[in-house]
Design a protein around this ligand. Structure first.
Ligand code: CTP
Ligand code: CA
Length: 240
């Protein structure tokens, strides 16, 4: 049981956690963003620090409070865009034992950044925003690690899915776990009023085939409760 975990089970370990959403600028005053609050990622970072790990918390845009005094074994770095997040993760994860990607990374960014504020002109055409793909930080890192043998032994992804008619979001999460190649994937169902910014959450922690061998259990862990409770279950599972 996560609650029975001895404190300090991550002492001597280095953990990198990303939290919040990225923001992709369009012009000096506008951006593309998302509704991630960062609450879950912050809870994970505090939990890993409480378990004795040396933690780097990389935050994008967050809409949640960090404690005024961070634990001495937790360092925070702030970024804005997916590119900046990637650079920060690559730097921090090289010597880390564990990476937890709780950040909501923008899949696309505006293909062009306008140096001056985009103006509307009377009778002009409506502007069209062309997007281009951002790197997949998580999948790239798994690939690098698997080919070089260096990097975090435990990589945890997140998947927020709404599902749609005829698609079970849990199935989408299982497919995503295979696609990403990480050891664990934390799935939560999202909707306009579900999960984003809330204190309560419901998560399923799915393990890859390889991780299942280590964990010795095939059943995904299911937690309904506070983001703190979810964080403690995720960190306990990852520590295993
Ligand atoms: N992620 C990432 N880099 C991206 C997009 C996502 O590292 N450019 C990470 C997220 O931090 C998360 C996991 O990948 O841990 C899954 O993100 P998600 O958006 O659910 O997956 P995608 O592969 O982007 O698929 P989708 O088309 O469903 O958005
Ligand atoms: Ca995505």
């Amino acid at each position: 049981e996560p609650d029975a975990a001895p404190s300090g089970r991550l002492s001597g370990r280095t953990v990198v956690i990303t939290a919040g959403g990225t923001r992709e600028p369009l012009d000096p005053v506008r951006y593309l963003g998302n509704r991630s609050s960062g609450k879950q990622g912050i809870a994970l970072a505090l939990e890993a620090a409480a378990q004795g790990a040396e933690v780097t918390l990389i935050t994008g845009i967050i809409d949640a409070e960090l404690p005024p005094e961070l634990p001495g074994n937790l360092t925070r770095q702030s970024v804005e865009t997916a590119h900046q997040l990637q650079q920060a993760v690559l730097g921090a994860a090289e010597h880390a034992d564990m990476l937890i990607m709780a950040a909501a990374v923008a899949d696309f960014r505006p293909a062009e950044y306008a140096q001056a504020k985009i103006k509307k002109s009377e009778g002009g055409e409506n502007p069209v925003i062309t997007l281009e793909r951002n790197p997949d930080i998580l999948a790239d890192l798994v690939r690098r690690r698997n080919s070089s043998g260096r990097g975090p032994g435990v990589i945890v992804g997140f998947a927020a899915e709404t599902g749609d008619e005829g698609t079970d979001p849990l199935d989408l999460a299982q497919q995503k776990l295979l696609r990403k190649g990480c050891e664990l994937l934390v799935f939560n169902r999202v909707g306009e009023d579900l999960v984003f910014g809330q204190d309560q959450t419901e998560v399923h922690i799915l393990a890859s085939f390889g991780a299942q061998g280590v964990l010795g259990e095939a059943e995904p862990v299911h937690v309904t409760g506070s983001k703190q409770e979810a964080a403690s279950a995720v960190v306990a599972r990852a520590a295993q």
